[in-house]
Design a protein around this ligand. Sequence first.
Ligand code: SUG
Length: 451
Amino acid sequence: MAAFEINFDGLIGPTHNYAGLSYGNLASRAHRLSVSNPRQAALQGLAKMKFMADLGLRQAVLPPQERPDLLAIRRLGFSGTDARVVEQARSDAPALLASCYSASSMWAANAATVSPSADTADGRVHFTPANLINQFHRSLEPAATGRILKAIFPNEKHFAHHPPLPASLHFGDEGAANHTRLCRETGGPGIELFVYGRDSFEPDAPGPRRYPARQMRAASEAVARLHHLDRARTFFLRQNPAAIDAGAFHNDVVAVGNGNVLLYHAMAFAEGDPALGAARDALRGLGVEPVFLQVPEAEVPLADAVGSYLFNSQLVTLPDGTMAMVCPTECRENASSRAFLERLVESETPIRSVHYVDVRHSMHNGGGPACLRLRVALTEPELTAAASGVFLTDALYAALVAWVTRHYRDHLHADDLADPRLIEEGRAALDELMRLLGTGSIYPFQCAGTI
Ligand code: SUG
């Protein structure tokens, strides 16, 4: 059956700030404690969504989560009024307060792993929210992510929602950032590639030395089982530990795929992994010639790839059937990435065009264009069953721009997080957003006592 890929972008929330929370994410560390501009950040994210929609692609919005997560701060021993809780946390445990204030749900590629109905044995679209246990601030996301996905995809006939995997180091799961689907056409069967950093049940196996591996093999395997994927079309690839140590905390920092194309850095996968060859064969079995493009270190050094986020571009199929790369503007500013892209569109591959989008505010926290979106492939009946208010139209875009401009601050620093007015500002903004998107009440402050 014909199907479409829809990019669900995380709407950047009103508390976007730079707290340097993510160890192993070089940009997050580099911008620690600098002043953020949540308004500009959100407008950049929206402009990117509009750009994709104007290319003729289907685009939707994932609402941000409520921050600060006051329930989380209270669980950690802070009590009293909301104002007192944030004030105390700011003075006693500023990193905890910043964690509970992070707008990190914007990076929707980490929201969940999604398998389209063409790949699953029961013919439903399967969703597993990522548990994100590796970083405390991100571990606060999965429950709300599950609620949001259920609100958008409510019909059990079409959609299967699994709970996040057990919150144990053995099952660290970072969602679609380590998962790529390749296929002949979106609505037909595909192969699913799961990339992991470490096998938690093989602790002696070589892994990164410096930075943490966030995705565990056992987690990827569990997701594949839960989604009832065909074993013959499911592959588990190990990330190169050296790539993680160089700052590729997710595989989507060094690889991107779409249709029959996989573009990846030579250092992306562990050397000698037979899974890549097997994946290529499986794709041939689906009747399409794989185009696996390995980018050598000599052409784009790994440090440049991590710095420019070349591979964190969105690789998409345009309505005319050609493919386009939508890259962060940092790629244009990096000599080797730019030269590579110029050569790429001149060479004989399905990728015919390159576009640049400015998502610098997100990039400063290590989130490029591909981090900001969750890909969901839906057939026409599945699309009809999804909540319609989240799909980007010109009217919704204009309403969201006005909403951001009305509610968001234009600068935010760690010291501002103790300001109790920020709590109320966020709630007022999200309350109005739910009316704009028509998703009903999904936030803890809207559902007191029921969540
Ligand atoms: O998990 N940054 C995110 C960036 C996620 C990027 N996603 C993908 N590659 N798909 C992370 O490291 C930084 C927040 C801070 O430091 O304030 C942060 O969470």
